[in-house]
Design a protein around this ligand. Structure first.
Ligand SMILES: [Zn+2]
Length: 299
């Protein structure tokens, strides 16, 4: 069985042809047009055509930045403003008649991808996190993707970390994303005197932390603790055995993972969460695509 997997994010659109061993056979990307809904759709179809290269597939699985509405098959990604209540499933069914089309949020797909082929193999109750520009996540419970009522469950980046914190992209305030999301991390460090070129990003901040810059180290410590507290809360609520942490900020490795584990030591104390493991993701950029394929292949 081969499946066309699609992953729509605020920066790029990815398409892959994936077989039932989770192998990515062909892969294509396009930048995401953000201002014209038809251009965004055209970019998605363009990436799909390049990945397919004339091949027939047995289904289409799509991961989309949230929020999604899995019941109506529509998507309204915060970071793709021209797609509001965009009927993605209807469009895809018209473009790919006669095959199954499945949709889930990108966080759910990341968690499912890691569960199927990555760091989450063998764990049946896990949260997957993408710590990047934003902080996303998704749940796999009983070995199955869990989207909740509308497909958005597990969005761990919008658990509140600081009640009086900064405004968040979601419209709320003080979410984990406002502490651990890349731009926020850099902004926090700059405000406290971290000196870096104007175009410096979280990767520069990680490099500074590794060479002993105390402000940079404190920024990662603060981010890791916020993420760790959110994982502790999620584990207490959902009775998990594993958290898989991926995304650009997670490339910083132990800079982020150590304070996450410290926060779990401090806050995850009940018997059923004390042995929760936190591991880095293994599938990197392909996790969402592999998870989107799994929506079809493992349904
Ligand atoms: Zn938020």
């Amino acid at each position: 069985m081969t499946v066309l997997a699609l992953d729509v994010g605020g920066t790029k659109i990815a398409a892959g042809v994936i077989d039932d061993h989770g192998e990515v056979l062909r892969y294509a990307t396009r930048p995401t047009p953000l201002t014209d809904l038809d251009h965004t759709w055209a970019a998605l179809m363009d990436a799909a055509r390049e990945a397919l290269d004339g091949r027939e597939v047995d289904g289409v699985g799509v991961a989309c930045a949230g929020p999604v509405d899995s019941g109506f098959g529509t998507v309204s990604p915060i970071n793709v403003p021209c797609w509001q209540d965009f009927p993605l499933i209807t469009r895809l069914r018209a473009a790919f008649p006669n095959v199954a089309v499945e949709l889930a949020g990108d966080g759910v797909c990341m968690a499912l991808g890691e569960h199927w082929m990555g760091a989450g193999r063998g764990a049946d109750f896990l949260v997957g996190l993408v710590v990047s520009t934003g902080v996303g996540g998704g749940l796999v419970l009983h070995g199955r993707p869990y989207g909740g009522r509308t497909g958005n469950a597990g969005h761990i980046g919008h658990i509140v970390a600081e009640p009086d914190g900064l405004p968040c992209s979601c419209g709320g305030r003080g979410c984990v994303e406002t502490v651990a999301g890349g731009p926020h991390l850099v902004h926090w460090a700059r405000q406290r005197g971290w000196r870096a070129p104007d175009n410096a990003d979280a990767a520069h901040l990680a490099a500074a932390a590794l060479t002993g810059d105390e402000i940079a180290q404190t920024a990662f410590d603060r981010a890791g603790r916020a993420v760790g507290m959110a994982i502790a809360a999620t584990a207490a609520l959902c009775d998990l055995d594993l958290a898989v942490v991926g995304g650009g900020i997670a490339q910083a490795g132990d800079l982020l993972l150590d304070p996450i584990r410290q926060a779990l030591d401090d806050h995850a104390r009940l018997s059923y969460v004390r042995n929760l493991r936190v591991v880095p993701a293994e599938l990197s950029a392909h996790a969402g695509l592999v998870g989107a394929a799994a929506l079809v292949i493992r349904s």
